[in-house]
Design a protein around this ligand. Structure first.
Ligand code: F6P
Length: 344
């Protein structure tokens, strides 16, 4: 049976590239005579039946826009009693032949469970963190890396003028992808990531050696999920979201203080935060989102449900959603070894 009507939603943290993906889903679907219902604010919109019909006009002009025109939330349909029933009933009531779910580990984790319960879903991976398994890259990551790289470039000139240590804290949750890429691209003097416990003594040794060699400023990149040896994660709050995630942030200040105390060099801390998630997507993310969106509709047409679109090399392929979720894709240590060559 050919799909006549599909639903699409964006869930979890927003990222640059969501709008190009939505545009691609709608344009490809309309091209194939399939109508599209946009579900507002992730899973929340399916629980409350908050939807909008999407035509060519509704996705016009959104290619360069950051965020998501559908809105998003971190609502988990499996969290509150009754929500799952409502979700399933509304999929029926809306007469959706399939659902395209654009999200990260949490949103796609719920999609995978729904698929096991018979709902026809196709997943699209998104996150600035690039921590989803089974895909080489997620859109949003390239934009975040470019923003962080530009920030490091800017910090270089002020660090050099004032002969300071600049600590820059970068997002990425429990994976150090953005920190590693931006750190390499920006020529950071040290890059600290969650995959490798941080030894502050070692960090200070590297800085002192560098300064001893005549360089009287340093850039230290630290991923928000990095952990000092014998310390727990630095959190902004004790609260967890509906998927059990903690809110990271603050390691930059903890580290900056210790570096200043131990080296005696004046130190400043910059926390990039949500700047990395906002604004216009790079050309790479626009193209990746476009290819993912088109492929997602193709998977629906081929009835390859339970699959997620993924980038493997330069090809867009379908992989089981279940294989992509649950296992964090951490930084390739070969890449980190390359970064280390430039430390100090
Ligand atoms: O997953 C994307 C991300 O930006 C992480 O890098 C960060 O830890 C988290 O989301 C921040 O979440 P929130 O949007 O709830 O502040």
């Amino acid at each position: 049976m050919k799909a006549k009507k599909i639903g699409v939603l964006t869930g979890g943290g927003d990222c640059p590239g969501l709008n190009p993906t939505l545009r691609a889903v709608v344009r490809k679907a309309l091209y194939e005579n399939i109508s599209v219902v946009g579900i507002k604010n992730g899973w929340k919109g399916l629980i409350t039946k908050n939807t909008v019909n999407m035509d060519r006009n509704s996705v016009s002009g959104i290619l360069p826009r950051g965020g998501t025109i559908l809105g998003t939330s971190r609502t988990n349909p499996y969290k509150k009693e009754g929500d799952l029933e409502k979700t399933k009933n509304n999929i029926k009531a809306l007469k959706l032949d399939a659902l395209i779910v654009i999200g990260g580990d949490d949103t796609l984790g719920a999609a995978s469970k729904l698929h096991k319960e018979g709902i026809k879903v196709v997943g699209v991976p998104k996150t600035i963190d690039n921590d989803l398994s089974c895909t080489d890259f997620t859109f949003g990551f390239d934009t975040a890396v470019n923003i962080a790289t530009e920030a490091i470039d800017r910090l270089h000139t002020t660090a050099e003028s004032h002969h300071r240590i600049m600590v820059v804290e970068i997002m990425g949750r429990h994976a150090g992808w953005i920190a590693t890429y931006a750190g390499i691209a920006g020529g950071a003097d040290i890059i600290l990531i969650p995959e490798v416990p941080v030894d502050v003594n070692e960090v200070c040794k590297i800085i002192k050696k560098r300064h001893g060699g005549g360089k009287d400023f340093s850039i230290v990149v630290v991923a928000e999920g990095a952990q000092l040896k014998d310390h727990t994660l630095v959190l902004q709050t004790k609260k967890k979201d509906a998927f059990g995630n903690v809110l990271l942030g603050g390691i930059g200040h903890v580290l900056g203080k210790q570096i200043e105390e131990r080296t005696g060099y004046e130190t400043r801390v910059t926390v990039l935060g949500h700047i990395q998630r906002g604004g216009s997507p790079t050309a790479f993310d626009r193209v990746l989102g476009t290819r993912f969106g088109v492929k997602a509709v193709e998977l629906v047409m081929k009835r390859e449900f339970g699959k997620m679109v993924a980038l493997k090399g330069n090809k867009i392929v379908g992989v089981p959603i279940a294989d992509a979720v649950g296992t964090l894709k951490t930084v390739d240590m070969g890449l980190y070894d390359i970064a280390k060559i430039f430390f100090g």
